[in-house]
Ligand binder design. Structure first.
Ligand code: COA
Ligand code: AMP
Length: 632
């Protein structure tokens, strides 16, 4: 057997020993007596009687162990033309001072704090400051609109919100404060206070008594040398809530705990990514997504690496050589990003010529996740970088790789189109809709045998019944990933598509159901369907099909632009919703279910067979014709 197979089998034979071994790499204030506690929560809990603190493991322990002068975080912002770096010692000072500010605001263990910030180091400080005092953070991506922010404020009943005056996108400065004020206005569970970081590009007004100045408050505590110790938390206490798209407009609050999360993430840094403490690791994502939580902030810091926080885009800030410049400037060993970033670079610089301007000799490997990595993009990246390019598959719910290539254990042969094999902790199976095991090579529902390993969500925030219904009920004894895929005879997995109405736009997970709910609010729309169509750059793009109310005789382009504006206002620019096509009818089954998958095939020009249950096959021709007329 190879090294991976040995380790995977070792985990299968004795998961308890495997995870207790991995837990040795974490500093506990009280060591857990065992790894798995089967009788707690929907499928059990991990390290339940252990006490620990995630901020201590990500920051303080490195300072105590002699890494105080090593860079912990490098902020590289081509969009503002600035760079800053923080050693572990400086990181501790920043985090401790901000933790003191939160305590001043009455935030204590178990309180929820929303972080609505652009890609600035203070976003990471805020996450760690919450972790330090046991407050539960919930980071909301800056590309979401006020209404989405309000939904999250209400769901987690945030006591405080940490935000910034603005975010910066190419060509425009986005004022965050009006969005924040509007969200608070819309919410029924209003936070007691907000802490605002004033940025040079645009400052904001504060409301006396409610809004506090980040910089001034932090400086006061830093100068006073206020000490805030890391509180002991139960391993199972929540570290954060991260909202992700469900099939409706109500997002799911994925909960992450402290102990299991640390154990799993620490294990991944060497075993999956092959990096040692002290090396530079860069996840080019956003702190608003799970990749940002796990691999910009927590994993590299827990493992004692230097992490890069990049505020920019792969292209246009200033050009398609930016990634190579960052790799060269900061001696990045490993980069993790979404395939769409490389498709964007490839589009601008098809030959990859810009890399010749930089010394990237210390770069070892590229990891891709967030959406299917198409073989074309992988081949191109391999050719340009001259290093292995590794696809790996995971979800917000897991927080780390389900299937991947454990390069620190052994670089497994790459099969293009496959994220490789199951990681220890995950017993992946492919089942038919009836729950029967499929043969190798057959497409089915990808599921994971329970229990899920450490770091995976123990539940949804205040929604345990929804957790069971969405993930556990359909295939008893298994976690439903809602991805469809194939396992080959070598145990390599191929992820093909979602089995629900989630689409993946530029590596961002979006709910078509959520968009439909918004579009249905338009007074001229009687019914609608949103599908994900294939897009060369972003993987998928949402497209809306609208049946207008009888008698509507306004110009169609006017209605189309109103619908586009409505989605942007209610969900946010991140939805990238720009296509709205009027149709006379929508294809449905005889029982009234809209045939979204068939519509997508019609629009993408793929081969398909009309489902036997279709009410009227002629509607598919109408869809094709409307598409050609309005969007094709
Ligand atoms: N705040 C406000 N608006 C934001 C935003 C933020 N933090 N992030 C994105 N947006 C806006 C964009 O400006 C864009 O607005 P527009 O419609 O006015 O142009 C819209 O949301 C869609 O954004 P995006 O899908 O990111 O498209 P883009 O054209 O700006 O960039 C890529 C395309 C491929 C370059 C970019 O998506 C990317 O770098 N992706 C790879 C990395 C990544 O983030 N992966 C996520 C998970 S790993
Ligand atoms: P998110 O929760 O936003 O990380 O999105 C998770 C979803 O993205 C998965 O359920 C998949 O549909 C998709 N996904 C993530 N990584 C991959 C990958 N490597 N290959 C194929 N699909 C992926």
């Amino acid at each position: 057997m190879g090294a991976y197979a040995d380790i995977y089998q070792g985990w299968k034979n004795d998961p308890e020993a495997f995870w207790m071994g991995a837990a040795e790499a974490i500093d506990w204030s009280k060591k857990p007596s065992k790894a798995y506690f089967p009788d707690e929560g929907p499928y059990g809990h991990w390290f339940a009687d252990g006490l620990c603190n995630t901020c201590y493991n990500a920051v303080d322990r490195h300072v105590e162990a002699g890494r105080a002068d090593q860079n912990a975080l490098i902020y590289d912002s081509p969009i503002t033309g600035s760079q800053r770096s923080y050693t572990y010692g400086q990181l501790k000072a920043e985090v401790e001072a901000l933790a003191a500010v939160l305590l001043d605001r009455g935030v204590t263990k178990g309180d929820r704090v929303i972080i609505y910030m652009p890609m600035v180091p203070e976003a990471a400080f805020a996450m760690l400051a919450c972790a330090r005092i046991g407050a539960v953070h919930s980071v909301v991506f800056g590309g979401f609109a006020a209404k989405e922010l309000a939904t999250r404020i209400d769901d987690c009943a945030a006591k405080c919100i940490i935000s910034a005056s603005c975010g910066i996108e190419p060509g425009r400065v986005i004022a965050y404060k009006p969005l924040l004020d509007q969200a608070i206005e819309l919410s029924s569970n209003k936070p007691e206070s907000t802490v605002n970081l004033q940025r040079d590009e645009l400052s904001c007004e504060r409301i006396e008594g409610r809004d506090f100045d980040y910089t001034g408050e932090v400086a006061r505590h830093r100068e006073a040398g206020t000490e805030v110790s890391c509180v002991d938390l139960k391993s199972t206490d929540p570290l954060y809530i991260l909202y992700t798209s469900g099939t409706t407009g109500q997002p799911k609050g994925v909960v992450r705990d402290n102990g299991g999360h640390m154990v799993a993430l620490q294990w991944t840094m060497k075993n999956i990514y092959g990096v040692d403490p002290g090396e530079v690791f860069w996840a080019a994502s956003d702190v608003g997504w799970v990749v940002g939580h796990s691999y910009i902030v927590y994993a590299p810091l827990i493992a004692g690496n230097t992490t890069i926080l990049f505020e920019g885009k792969p292209v246009g800030t200033p050009d398609a050589g930016t990634f190579w410049r960052v790799i060269a400037d900061h001696k990045v060993a490993v980069l993790f990003t979404a395939p769409t970033a490389f498709r964007a670079i490839k589009k601008e610089d098809p030959e990859g010529a810009l890399i010749d301007d930089y010394d990237v000799s210390q770069f070892r490997m590229l990891f891709l996740a967030g959406e299917r990595a198409d073989p074309d993009t992988i081949h191109w990246a391999e050719r340009v970088l001259k290093t292995p390019v590794i696809d790996h598959w995971w979800q917000t719910e897991t927080g780390w790789t389900i299937a991947g290539n454990p390069t620190g254990i052994e670089l497994m042969p790459i099969k293009y189109g496959s994220p490789t094999v199951a990681m220890p902790g995950y017993d992946i199976q492919v089942l038919s809709d009836e729950g029967e095991e499929m043969s190798h090579g057959e497409l089915g529902n990808v599921v994971v045998k329970l229990p899920l390993p450490p770091s995976c969500f123990p539940t949804l925030w205040n929604a345990e019944a929804r957790m069971r219904e969405a993930y556990l009920d359909e295939f008893p004894g298994y976690y439903k990933t809602a991805d469809a895929g194939i396992m080959d005879e070598d145990g390599y997995l191929f992820i093909m598509a979602r089995t629900d109405d989630i689409i993946n736009v530029a590596g961002h997970r979006l709910s078509t159901g959520g968009m439909e709910e918004v579009i249905a609010e338009h007074p001229d729309v009687a019914e609608c369907a949103v599908i994900g169509i294939t897009d060369k750059l972003k993987g998928q793009l949402p497209a809306g099909f609208l049946i207008l109310n009888a008698g509507v005789d306004r110009p169609i382009p006017e209605i189309q632009s109103e619908v586009v504006k409505l989605v942007r206002e209610k969900i946010g620019p991140v939805a990238a919703f720009k296509i709205a096509v009027p149709v006379a009818r929508l294809p449905k089954t005889r029982s009234g279910k809209i045939l979204r998958a068939t519509m997508q095939k019609v629009v993408d020009g793929e081969q398909f067979e009309a489902p036997a249950t279709i009410d009227d096959p002629a509607i598919l021709d109408e869809i094709r014709a409307s598409w050609k007329e309005h969007a094709g």
